[in-house]
Ligand binder design. Sequence first.
Ligand code: UDP
Ligand code: GAL
Ligand code: MN
Length: 343
Amino acid sequence: MVKVGHISSSTLQSVLIRKLRTAGTLCGCFFFVISLNFIYTRYFSKVPLSNWATNNDELKELFDADITLNYGARTDVTTISSWKAPIMWEGMFDPNVYDRMHIHFGSNVAVTVFAVGRYLDVYLLNFLNSAERYFMVGLPVKYYVFTDTPEKVPKVALGHKRSMKVLKVDRYDRWQDISMMRMQTISEIIESEIRYSFRYVYCFDVDQVFKGRFGSEALGDSVAMIHSQFYRYPKYRYTFDKNPQSKAFMKVGDLYYHAAVFGGSWENVKNLTDTCYENIMVDKIRNVEALWHDESHLNRFFFDNKPTKLLSPEYCWNEIFPDQDIRVPRLVWAPKYYDTLRT
Ligand code: UDP
Ligand code: GAL
Ligand code: MN
């Protein structure tokens, strides 16, 4: 028998085997706990989705479909802003590249839409039905419908992974307040619910109808809609708020945005709605109201915080305008009946 010092080699062997077993058990336990923790945080805890997205940031850059945009595809219109944000026009992008990327990364979208008072009867059904045909087809979408009369919300056939939640809101006496206070309600629903389940939030007026693809190419971190009435006009024609007493006041501006469509990551939309709501409340204390209500505040926000993607007027078009630039009307204004619908 070989002896090492005072210990026989067989004793040494069995000591070693025991130590290895203990180490193995410890390793096993360690990995078991790590896996449990991973499964818990991934599937059961309310961790905001962005925490997961940041793990993917490097990959996301590699796959960012915006790098495939062809800015020269359209020479008749402006395809990039002065701060280098793309302006999305038909012809510049390959829809399949965007769809593939967003399906790969599991993108999903929460939509907010308000149908208060008579706006529900006239617009909501067409808005929802047309969204099911054209809006983010292939991606999970949840509509958050805010109304004062939940019992009147029509039944709509929803596609795979598409759902709807109806929430009751107060009906403000003035239509201006119905419009402006959306900022507060959107911020609250992002905080209480959307942030835990959705990456993107897109906010829409209800008085519009989808007529063409409004797809994943429209997704971005911070997305603003260029107003169809002003996209061709020189700067001085833009209808910014001109009252220095208002928090929406703008001495100069670049583009004029339409508040009927805005969106982005939940973090950015939360920041936008919080800022606009705070500024609207400051205006109320000062007893002033911005020229175009929430839209003026939204314009001020996007002037101070440049959007990362701009939607061309294809994405919110007024069909009564001459349309030589619009190859695909994607979302169009529904007729307005202010006299009978507004309070
Ligand atoms: N809205 C509503 N009920 C009203 C007034 C406004 O539900 O009585 C909502 C609705 O979603 C509407 C949006 O607020 O689309 C903005 O108002 P509106 O469309 O009248 O403003 P405009 O686009 O004409 O500036
Ligand atoms: C109008 C539109 C309003 C507001 C305004 C801005 O065409 O109906 O909602 O956006 O432009 O000047
Ligand atoms: Mn509208």
